[in-house]
Design a protein around this ligand. Structure first.
Ligand SMILES: N[C@@H](CCC(=O)N[C@@H](CS)C(=O)NCC(=O)O)C(=O)O
Length: 203
């Protein structure tokens, strides 16, 4: 496969894809996109492939793929790795993550870093939702090593998706020590061969 990943070092959604490629040891070209620039000021090369104007975009053999969870599942399907992309238990976690932990934590992190961009009510709502999501993850992970898959003893794309923003939990105003099962799970992910922290993998 000939692969180009368009990402940004602050994007956990892009990190998900970068992390899959790193864990799988799949060689690829990486292009850092400055998403602080207006969309029409971004490189034409990126605009040409970014259907929704966002990172990540993964171009596989000339075909552009967008939406991090869809990309993860497609990569799993193509490679047979990290759950293979079809296990219903894994899919459930992807949809949960998209609507819960990968909505609450990224947005809370963003608005805490750029104060004044969201009303206090919205930040309060995100924080309350993030607390519920972290508590849910902590409860789920208290009796198993990984989220889903066969006996939940190996990492799948569900883990890669749900973990991405949690390596920056402090930036969203939370202390990982308050979620010991999540903390232990992140350590298991850190121990996977090829793992790198978000800023290290995305420069
Ligand atoms: N649901 C999308 C979210 C992607 C997303 O929010 N990307 C952000 C960076 S984290 C982005 O590109 N923001 C710049 C923009 O929207 O112009 C996914 O999972 O890929």
């Amino acid at each position: 496969m000939d692969l180009t990943l368009y990402g940004n070092r602050e994007s956990g959604h892009a990190y998900k894809v970068k992390l899959f490629l790193a864990l799988a040891g799949i060689a690829h070209r990486y292009v850092a996109v400055d998403i602080e620039r207006q969309r029409l000021d971004r490189p034409e090369e990126f605009q040409a492939v970014a259907k929704f104007g966002e990172v990540p975009v993964l171009v596989i053999d000339g075909t552009a793929h967008v939406q991090s969870d869809a990309i993860l599942l497609h990569l799993a399907h193509r490679t047979g790795l990290f759950g293979g992309g079809t296990d219903p238990r894994v899919l459930e976690w992807h949809f949960w993550a998209a609507n819960r932990i990968n909505l609450s934590i990224p947005n809370l992190r963003y608005y805490l870093r750029y104060p004044g961009e969201a009303p206090d009510d919205a930040i309060g709502w995100l924080r309350a939702r993030a607390e519920l999501d972290l508590a849910r993850l902590d409860a789920e992970l208290s009796d198993r090593g990984f989220l889903a898959g066969t006996a939940a003893t190996t990492a799948t794309t569900a883990d890669i998706s749900a973990c991405a923003y949690l390596f920056w939990l402090d930036q969203a105003g939370f202390d990982i020590a308050d979620f010991p099962a999540v903390d232990a799970w992140l350590d298991r992910i850190r121990a996977l061969p090829g793992w790198g922290e978000p800023y290290a993998l995305q420069g």
